[in-house]
Structure formats: structure tokens, C-alpha cells
Ligand binder design. Structure first.
Ligand code: NAP
Length: 477
């Protein structure tokens, strides 16, 4: 084996990126556009791996279908991958199809951008009752994730959603919207049918702190009022502001805008009693979940108990000792995502991230593991909007380029070698050309639906293919 400095100057730097969501695509793009590459100091050859047969990670499987603006980021990511200088290899799972040893053998550097897709735990009694769900799991269902069941039990009339972040808003909006208003989106047929049969009348969203401590963003909050035939209900007793709230309203424009929106809704709601809608979306604050209850002791959710909270002056909340019960038949916790451990890498179970220093992955001794990097939510935790991932990738790629002369060189840098290994192992990997076929197929399904439903009020741009085997079959046809 030649030394790394020699190796990297004689041939392209081979880089594997594991995870083709926004974080992975941004990292690949930033690397190819870096000054070092542009100036010709470094040549790179990048393979972008993805566990699903399709690219785009969280945008395909995390963004709500009625958020076309955010889904539109796909167009930018498509352009990057369509250039042809980044090779996409889908349906390849790290730790199952390829090990860390494999990656080390074929690449000089590996960047993990596997994100966070699981729900954070909420440890309260009754959390395992039938009818208690993780918001992230529900998101996976309505986004047609290939590995979750096709059916979702939507039999509750009254539903509690715990959390005051954008995922709670997505979950509450999707649960309360009328299915026909979602037809215009790319929702899979099974999701449309499931939502169409939902008997829901009331969705209650609960935050444990006050209206100035919400983690929503203004656009997403305002959007709640756009749902057809869904009233927003607020409660004056929840509108408590402490010193820290006043500071936040004064100094943070987003907080100010959102508190104004909520206050306006509260005033409007009490000022006029128009034709009531058939569904309601209630926003509650200062409610901390204590217990999910099952009235008949049959293990099915029948209610949820909260402790009323009060602000302590610093923007945090403390219990009042007063408890309230709400009759609900389903509970969704949307209290944050959590990363998952990756084989052979250290893991910070509390934060759900790979321990790292600015993107350099750390070993058990706390020192950087040469040639291994992380970016996106698995690097910094599940916070921030999609665009924030770019800054993250910039930092990680900066580290990689700084280290380039000391990277442990691959034993077999020939790009064909990894393909041969996947073939040898019988891995049904998908390619960029395969994704383009699946993409065109989904668009054609939308067109077929439009032709069959000429009188429908909506035009469907695409219909998502859900089963993994169908996605693979179409991609590899
Ligand atoms: P998040 O923004 O961190 O919100 C989590 C919420 O859960 C907070 O209100 C938090 O309250 C609450 N919470 C945490 N533990 C709790 C507990 N034990 N009991 C009760 N409440 C609890 O997380 P997220 O909603 O999962 O969103 C993740 C990221 O994705 C965010 O950056 C979000 O903006 C982004 N996102 C954006 C969109 C979009 O449409 N733009 C859509 C989805 C997600 P405290 O504040 O009191 O801790």
C-alpha cells in the first residue's frame, strides 16, 4: 500500500457518502465545487449510497405531502445528481450489505449522513397502549415509506398530539385535513383511502410551555388556518407570558410574529361565531403529559392526563399540581426525532448522534477516526430546517479536505470494484438511471389518475410507489 499523500495526488480521492437525503447530496455537491477541486489540486470520485431504492431521504419520507414548497427542494437536489459526477447507489444498507471494513477498503473517506428517522421516547405510563403512536412513524406512513405497514388505524374521533414543534403541526394538520384536499399532493392511494375513512372531529395539540416558547415556524403555524372546514380553537387561560417571553417577543421576530398570529386567532375566534366547521384543531399550551389512560383496562387509549404548568420567569415551565384529563382515543407524540446507532461507530445515545468534532467522527478514545466523517442530523441532532444542513456539510467537507493528505488510502479505489462486490453479494442496488425510471413511472401514475378522473377538482402530479419490491422492480427493469 502506498502512502496516502502519494495516493491522493496520483488518483481521484474516492469518497463514499452514506445517506442520500439533503445532507448527503449537499455534502457531495459542496465537495465537487470546493476550491481544491475547482483549482485542480484534488480530483474526487464520489459514490452516494442510500438505504432506500430512491434518493432524497427526509424530503421524500419526512416532509408532509401538502408542503410542495419544501418538496420542491427535490428539484435542486435532482440537478446536482443529474450532472453525472456523483454516482447514486440506492437500496444498499450500511451494516447489512456493506460493512465499515468494506467502505474502508474501497474509499479513502466515508461521510455518514444517515439522519434521524425515529421518534424520541416519551416515558409516561400508558405510552405503549394501543392507539399511542410516534409522530415520526405516522409521517413515514403518510409519506409512503417502503418499510412501514400500509394500513394505519385511523379510528379515533378525538386525538391528542404532544409537542409544539413543526412535526407536531404536520401530524395535526394531516390528521385534521379532509383527505380530498390532499389529493392534489403525491400521497399514495393507501394513505388517501385511510385518511378518507377517518372519523376524526377534534385534534388537540399540547405544548408543555407557553405561546412564546413554541418551536413552530411562522409560515407553518399560519398554514393551519388554510385547512378547509377545520376551525382553530385556542384557550385564553393558556396565554401566559413571563419575563423571558416578553424578552423573546421583543428580540425575536419569529416569536413576535407567531405570538401575534395566535393572539389574533384567539380574538377572532371569540369575536365571531360563524358557521362552525366539521373538524377542529385545538392548540393548548402549558400542558405537560403525565399519563395515557385506558378506561376499561383493555390497553386501548381512552384519555390523556396533563399537569397544568406555569412559566417560571426564565421561559421554562414548572408544575402547578393541577391535573386535567382529556378524552381521546389516540395519542401521537411529536417531541422530536432521534438518530439511530450505526454499526462499528461510537454513538451518543442521549443525543442520538455520532460523536464528532466539527464532522470528524470520534472513536472510543475521543480522538478522530481517520477518514470517517458525519454531516446533517446524525452529526448535530434533529434540529434546524433543511437549509441549515448546507452549513453543516461545508464544515464537514472543510475537515475532509484539510485531512486529505493523511487519509488512510483505499486498498481498491477502482470504482468498478464496489459494483462487483454488490453484484457478488446479490444486492439489488438501484442507480440514478433507475431512479429516473421510477420517477417517470410515478408521474405517469398521476397522469393516469387524471385521465380516469376527468371531473376531479384536482390534478395529481404523481402517485408515489410504496412497496420496496415495486420500487426496486421498476428501477431495475
Ligand atoms: P422540535 O422542533 O425540537 O420540537 C419538539 C417539541 O417537543 C418541543 O415543543 C418540545 O418542547 C416538545 N417536547 C420535547 N420533549 C417533551 C416532553 N417530554 N413532553 C412534552 N413535550 C416535549 O422537533 P420537531 O418538531 O421534531 O422538528 C425537528 C426539526 O425539523 C425542527 O427544526 C423543525 O423546524 C424541522 N421541521 C420543519 C418542518 C417544516 O415544515 N418547515 C416540518 C417538520 C420538521 P420544549 O420546547 O419545551 O422542549
Amino acid at each position: 500500500m502506498s502512502n496516502s499523500a502519494e495516493t491522493t495526488t496520483k488518483r481521484p480521492l474516492r469518497v463514499a457518502i452514506v445517506g442520500a437525503g439533503p445532507a448527503g447530496v449537499y455534502a457531495a455537491d459542496i465537495l465537487t465545487k470546493s476550491n481544491e477541486v475547482k483549482d485542480g489540486d484534488v480530483e474526487v470520485s464520489i459514490d452516494l449510497f442510500e438505504a432506500y431504492p430512491a434518493p432524497y431521504g427526509l424530503i421524500r419520507y419526512g416532509v408532509a405531502p401538502d408542503h410542495p414548497r419544501i418538496k420542491g427542494i427535490v428539484n435542486a437536489l435532482h440537478k446536482v445528481l443529474d450532472r453525472g459526477d456523483i454516482r447514486f447507489l440506492g437500496n444498499v444498507t450500511y451494516g447489512r450489505d456493506l460493512t465499515l471494513h468494506d467502505f474502508r477498503s474501497f474509499y479513502d473517506a466515508v461521510i455518514f449522513s444517515t439522519g434521524a428517522i425515529k421518534d424520541a421516547d416519551l416515558n409516561i405510563p400508558g405510552i405503549d397502549f394501543e392507539g399511542s403512536f410516534g409522530g415520526a412513524d405516522f409521517v413515514s406512513w403518510y409519506d409512503g415509506h417502503p418499510d412501514v405497514p400500509r394500513e394505519w388505524p385511523l379510528d379515533a374521533k378525538e386525538i391528542a398530539v404532544i409537542g409544539n414543534g413543526n412535526v407536531a403541526l404536520d401530524v395535526a394538520r394531516m390528521l385534521s385535513k379532509h383527505a380530498d384536499d390532499l389529493l392534489v399532493t403525491e400521497i399514495p392511494d393507501n394513505v388517501y383511502k385511510g385518511l378518507k375513512n377517518s372519523p376524526v372531529t377534534d385534534v388537540h395539540v399540547f405544548g408543555r410551555r407557553g405561546p412564546a416558547q413554541i418551536k413552530f415556524t411562522p409560515l407553518e403555524l399560519r398554514e393551519l388556518s388554510h385547512s378547509n372546514d377545520v376551525d382553530i380553537v385556542l384557550y385564553p387561560e393558556d396565554f401566559e407570558f413571563d419575563e423571558a417571553s416578553d424578552d423573546a417577543i421583543r428580540t425575536n421576530n419569529q416569536v413576535k410574529t407567531m405570538v401575534n398570529t395566535l393572539t389574533n386567532w384567539l380574538v377572532e375566534e371569540h369575536a365571531e361565531a360563524e358557521q362552525p366547521s366539521s373538524r377542529r384543531l385545538h392548540l393548548h399550551f402549558l400542558h405537560s403529559p403525565v399519563e395515557i389512560t385506558s378506561e376499561d383496562g383493555n390497553g386501548k387509549v381512552s384519555g390523556i392526563k396533563f399537569e397544568r404548568m406555569q412559566l417560571d420567569g426564565t421561559g421554562n415551565a414548572k408544575g402547578t399540581g393541577e391535573f386535567v384529563d382529556y378524552p381521546v382515543q389516540a395519542v401521537y407524540r411529536a417531541i422530536g426525532y432521534h438518530g439511530s446507532p450505526l454499526d462499528e461507530l461510537e454513538y451518543d445515545a442521549r443525543r442520538g448522534v455520532i460523536p464528532n468534532d466539527g464532522g470528524r467522527v470520534l472513536g472510543a478514545d475521543g480522538k478522530p477516526v481517520p477518514g470517517i466523517y458525519a454531516t446533517g442530523w446524525i452529526k448535530r441532532g434533529p434540529v434546524g430546517l433543511i437549509g441549515h444542513t448546507k452549513g453543516d456539510a461545508l464544515e464537514t467537507i472543510g475537515c475532509l479536505l484539510e485531512d486529505r493528505l493523511t487519509l488512510p488510502p483505499a486498498d481498491n479505489p477502482d470504482p468498478q470494484a464496489i459494483i462487483d462486490l454488490l453484484e457478488e453479494r446479490g444486492v439489488e442496488y438501484t442507480t440514478w438511471a433507475g431512479w429516473n425510471k421510477l420517477d417517470a413511472h410515478e408521474v405517469a401514475l398521476g397522469a393516469a389518475w387524471n385521465a380516469e378522473n376527468p371531473d376531479a377538482a384536482v390534478v395529481r402530479e404523481r402517485v408515489k410507489v410504496v412497496p420496496r419490491e415495486d420500487m426496486i422492480g421498476i428501477s431495475r427493469a
